[in-house]
Design a protein around this ligand. Structure first.
Ligand code: ATP
Ligand code: MG
Ligand code: FE
Length: 337
């Protein structure tokens, strides 16, 4: 079974072809980071235009890599939401047009289900499974008892982890996207600034990063006023230590409580070296299997969308022609349909 997948929810124009839900045949990502850098973040209108310009080339390159034709494709999958509505629409319109004209089933995919299924391109899932989703817009702990079903057991009450990284980086005058920049600096610095850890209520699997973000910004501001020069490497290391400690401990506690067999990490922040190392140490007792995708599958791509779509394909679930870009698509409801 070959699935063609398209992803345009944010600032990467991506297409991929996946074989049998687990094997990457082609995977093409055109990033727009350079176009958004000078604005310090993603500009939605620019993102949509770039998707329109890039889509045809990205699809051509995907079919070239795969050495396949559209006729050999069994289904067309696309990110239906959540994301930027104008950006999503480019992918959804393209997928609908291709599926309609070539008479192929159409499968709408939830972007976060995609991030989770990036892991299935590396390793088969074992249930019950716990996913730590840490991306630009989401920070969630998700329990899965079977393929295609998602139960959110904890989520951020304010900023997402990636969002906190990008905002802190901005106040440190680091270029967009700030996550990788802080990660790089953190590895050279020391956790010596005692930033707060937001544990919230005992037994809560929710997260909060806005207090930490404010603490970093205040520390920078106060030092600035007193004319003290703080080492940016230590700020990065202290901020990262706080984020990582809370993410790892809550994931571990949830894994124990729900007695899961498999823990997976998903989303752009899963590329974080500090987080990857800390998770591997925490889960090294080998009772619970830990999977972290390779860096290229952590950030946005279409391979993960194709992998998630395979679950619906196997159940014979097609999305009908009324499918539309849904910027607020709910993960649990998507899993229950
Ligand atoms: P969502 O998936 O929630 O819709 P998104 O698609 O914009 O949001 P992703 O592409 O999954 O998010 O991830 C991008 C985020 O990951 C950015 O916030 C970026 O700073 C962060 N990120 C990428 N690499 C790293 C890293 N090494 N350390 C920390 N954060 C990182
Ligand atoms: Mg992105
Ligand atoms: Fe994403």
């Amino acid at each position: 079974t070959y699935i063609l997948a398209i992803e345009t929810s944010c600032d990467e124009t991506a297409a991929a072809i996946i074989k049998n839900g687990t094997e990457i045949v082609a995977n093409v990502v055109a990033s727009q980071i350079e176009s958004h850098k000078r604005f310090g973040g993603v500009v939605p209108e620019i993102a949509s235009r770039h998707h329109v310009e890039q889509m045809t080339y990205v699809l051509e390159e995907t079919f070239n890599q795969a050495e396949l034709t559209l006729e050999e494709i069994d289904a067309i999958a696309v990110t239906e939401g959540p994301g930027l509505v104008g950006a999503l629409l480019v992918g959804v319109s393209t997928a609908k047009a291709l599926a309609f004209t070539h008479n192929k089933p159409l499968i709408g995919v939830h972007h976060i289900a995609g991030h989770i299924y990036a892991n299935r391109l590396v390793e088969e899932f074992q249930f019950p499974l716990l996913a730590l989703v840490v991306s630009g817009g989401h920070t969630e702990l998700i329990l899965m008892k079977e393929h295609g079903h998602f139960e959110v057991i904890g989520e951020t009450r304010d900023d997402a982890a990636g969002e906190a990284y990008d905002k802190v980086a901005r106040t440190m005058d680091l270029p967009y996207p700030g996550g990788p920049e802080i990660d790089r600096l953190a590895q050279l610095g020391e956790d010596n600034l005692n930033f707060p850890r937001a544990w919230l209520e005992e037994d809560s699997f929710d997260f909060s990063f806005s207090g930490l973000k404010s603490a970093v910004i205040n520390t920078l501001h106060n030092a600035n006023q007193k004319g003290i020069e703080l080492d940016r490497k230590d700020i990065a290391a202290s901020f990262q230590a706080s984020v990582v400690e809370v993410l790892v401990e809550k994931t571990y506690k949830a894994a124990e409580k729900y007695q899961v067999k498999h823990v997976i990490v998903a989303g752009g922040v899963a590329a974080n070296q500090g987080l990857r190392t800390a998770l591997k140490e925490r889960f090294n007792d080998q009772l619970i299997k830990l999977s972290i995708p390779p860096l290229a599958l952590c950030t946005d791509n279409a391979a993960m969308i194709g992998a998630a779509a395979m679950i619906d394909y196997e159940k014979g679930l097609n999305t009908d022609w009324s499918m539309n870009a849904n910027p607020a698509l709910d993960l649990e409801m998507y899993g229950a349909r």
